[in-house]
Design a protein around this ligand. Structure first.
Ligand SMILES: *Cc1c(COP(=O)(O)O)cnc(C)c1O
Length: 385
């Protein structure tokens, strides 16, 4: 069986977790601080704050941006549901905008049309690792005095106009779930260039506590903490951070390996007219967190049949990215939302296996089976005509 994805975790990560457990410091402490410093340096951002996952990273980003009841935040519907949920957590309203069919990312023109007097922010998503057009959204935000928040859950190691994702705007949120490119089990990170955001994010992730455990532990004087606002427990543990430090050292290599597999798929499928392949435009550098193919209406096989045929041959695939407005949690309270591009992408795209290390023979097998499926049915159709 060829899986859709697999985290790249080695003995090194296991050893790092083991060593950390034996230090006796197992919740947020020195390893978390080291991971934050290294992640900030990697992305080129001034600061990084580690949290329990990307969903909590997004939630805290909403809070420090001052978003609350009555505010609207524009985001894609075609994203993992956590994107929109983070807006709901602060009592604000997600306003769904369309994506571009070739990049799966928010369409700046469509976003522009949805800005109202109540719009407070744009939450863009770098979908499956392909950077969105950050400059276009920054420009829109400047023009309308909006906040820009990046959901970079899938985009660790991706780059936009020569700079790593994480360094461009005020709040960028990453995920280290095993389905992403590097993992700490669960885990998240927020990068920011603003010191005030950095200080407040650190407070909010630890119960609003004015002095953290590590500082009290290291102090030679008695210090009492104060809880200066209502915070949360959104901490990452040192065990996770120790794994994250080892993962981060491998990130660029993992991304290069992923890009080689994506390039092999692109090369093999480029002559097939009935599909559209992922396209990396000038200035965009994807980590290929996923490899998604769109089946045009001329495709001789429908997406679900294709998925079943590949599964029968031992190849796991996934359907296109979900549309949040079609999920039960959303469709009942926001009926009538229609996003034809997003809905079409969900129904007609397929993600192929991509993980590191992926054996050359497995890549070949996926290529052969996919090509056979998408061409063989066409031949049968031709024979019938
Ligand atoms: C995975 C994902 C999330 C959620 O990340 P967690 O770390 O699991 O909370 C949010 N947004 C997008 C776009 C994602 O792909």
């Amino acid at each position: 069986m060829i899986p859709i994805a697999k985290p790249f975790i080695t003995e090194e990560e296991a050893q790092a977790a083991y060593d950390t457990i034996l230090t006796g410091w197992i919740t947020q402490g020195p390893r978390v601080q080291e991971f934050e410093e290294k992640f900030a340096a990697y992305t080129g951002a001034k600061y990084a704050v580690a949290v329990s996952n990307c969903t909590t990273a997004l939630h805290l980003s909403m809070i420090v941006s001052g978003i609350g009841p009555g505010d609207e935040v524009i985001c894609p519907s075609m994203s993992y549901i956590a994107t929109a949920n983070s807006i709901k957590y602060v009592g604000a309203t997600p306003v769904f905008a369309e994506v571009q069919p070739d990049t799966y990312n928010l369409d700046p023109v469509d976003v522009g049309k949805r800005i109202t007097k109540r719009t407070k922010a744009i939450l863009l998503v770098h979908q499956i690792g392909m950077p969105a057009d950050i400059d276009a959204f920054q420009e829109l935000c400047n023009r309308h005095s909006l906040k820009l928040i990046e959901d970079a859950a899938c985009a660790a190691g991706s780059a936009y106009k020569g700079k790593k994702v994480g360094s461009h705007s005020e709040l960028v949120c990453f995920s280290f779930h095993p389905r992403k490119v590097i993992s700490t089990g669960d885990g998240g990170m927020i990068t920011t260039n603003r010191q005030d955001y950095y200080e407040r994010l650190k407070l909010l992730r630890q119960h609003g506590m004015s002095v953290n455990d590590r500082v009290r532990h290291e102090s030679d004087r008695v210090i009492f903490e104060d809880h200066v606002e209502i915070g949360y427990n959104y901490r990452m543990t040192d065990i996770q951070a120790a794994v994250g430090i080892k993962q981060l050292e491998k990130l660029d290599w993992i991304v290069e390996e992923r890009r080689k597999i994506a390039a092999a798929y692109n090369q093999a499928f480029k002559g097939i007219a009935s599909i559209r392949l992922p396209e990396e435009k000038e200035g965009y550098f994807s980590n290929f967190q996923s490899y998604s193919i769109y089946l045009k209406h001329t495709a001789p096989v429908d997406r679900n049949t294709l998925m079943q045929h590949l599964l029968d041959k031992g190849i796991a695939t996934r359907r296109g990215i979900m549309n949040t407005h079609r999920e039960t949690a959303y469709k009942n309270y926001m009926p009538g939302v229609s996003l034809p591009v997003s809905e079409d992408l969900q129904e007609n795209s397929i993600m192929l296996p991509l993980y590191v290390p992926m054996k050359a023979e497995d890549i070949e097998y996926v290529i052969d089976c996919f090509t056979h499926e998408i061409l063989a049915v066409a031949d049968t159709d031709k024979a019938l005509v």
